[in-house]
Design a protein around this ligand. Structure first.
Ligand code: MLT
Length: 324
């Protein structure tokens, strides 16, 4: 009798999940952004999430859960119910660099998620406060090398994109600036504009408006081509630092075990957002890069995460960086 009961219970569970998936979503969806409000990941989440809400017929509510370079928020997301009502915006840091930096990381980016798709590429720009004593990349590099720990570089915590790209920058130019951690590069940018921190390597969607407004200085963009949003900012190759190339990305994940029908509904809403003219314009105006067709798929994102974890581990270990 007991076996029959268990089988019926299991069947009921499958049927319930199937029924839930069919009617999903019936209530608002939480999107965890693992950094402070106002930074690049938050900006991408709100732009893309706004259009996704329309397709899904339920509000996507952004919840900023900052800390530990984004791993606090992603850990919470990974451990949430796989029912489609908690998703998260991760990126090259949380799902690429973090395993090399956190030996006791509570999630495996390659196994503990149901990837939904990439929301946007966010090239790195080297920026500094307005009165930084340099007006080109070579002079900035010379000053940073000569200043040692007297010059400070902002970042969003060990494991963040700004930390990984900043560490990579320091190792390429062979310098050791003082690293100053923030809960996101939104707050870091405020201090850069106030002149209380010297420079940082940050995602274009955060710094483009302040560069265009003349409130901070930009020295180079770490991609092979210039950004249409910042046509006057040279590439690192043009500026004499060809070896510094970084192309971060932000992407949507659900917890492992999320039913495939729900993954498909979320991915469909993402695809519609990325095809929407207004959403595209908002991302492109900030210097965002629209994902390729493959990067927009769960399978393409899974492959990207696997390759990024493989890429960043040796780079960060060579730089001798760890969070613990
Ligand atoms: C943010 O949104 O603050 C950034 O993505 C943090 C980072 O990874 O640098």
């Amino acid at each position: 009798m007991k076996k029959v009961t268990l089988a019926l219970a299991a069947l009921a569970g499958i049927v319930a999940t199937g029924a839930q998936a069919q009617t999903y979503p019936t209530r608002p969806i939480t999107m965890i952004v693992p950094f402070a409000a106002g930074g690049p990941t938050d900006v991408i989440a709100r732009i893309v999430g706004e259009h996704m809400s329309r397709t899904l017929g339920q509000q996507i509510v952004v919840e900023n859960v900052a800390g530990a370079g984004g791993t606090t928020g992603i850990t919470r997301g990974a451990q949430s119910q796989p029912d489609g009502y908690t998703i998260m915006m991760g990126h090259m840091g949380t799902h690429g660099a973090a395993p090399a930096l956190y030996p006791k990381l509570k999630y495996d980016p390659t196994r503990d998620f149901a990837p939904i798709g990439m929301a946007g590429g966010t090239p790195i720009v080297i920026v500094a406060k307005k009165d930084f004593p340099a007006n080109d990349l070579k002079t900035l590099v010379d000053h940073v090398k000569a200043s040692g720990e007297k010059v400070n570089m902002a970042h969003a915590g060990v494991g963040s994109v700004s930390h990984a790209s900043g560490t990579f920058f320091s190792s390429v130019i062979k310098a050791k600036p003082t690293m100053v951690a923030y809960r996101g590069t939104g707050p870091a940018l405020n201090d850069l504009m106030a002149g209380t921190v010297d420079f940082m390597t940050d995602q274009i969607v955060n710094v483009a408006p302040q560069i265009q407004g003349g409130n901070i200085k930009a020295f180079a963009i770490a991609t092979p081509e210039r950004s249409p949003a910042l046509p006057d900012v040279p590439t690192t190759k043009e500026a004499g630092l060809e070896g510094y190339q970084v192309s971060p990305w932000n992407a949507i994940f659900a917890p492992k075990g999320t039913p495939p029908e729900i993954v498909k509904k979320l991915n469909d809403a993402l695809l519609k957002a990325l095809d929407d003219e207004n959403t595209k314009k908002r991302l492109l105006d900030l210097g965002g890069v629209l994902p390729t067709a493959s990067e927009r798929t769960p399978e393409g994102l899974q492959k990207l995460v696997e390759s990024e974890v493989a890429r960043w581990t040796p780079v960060l270990k060579a730089a001798g960086v760890t969070a613990e």
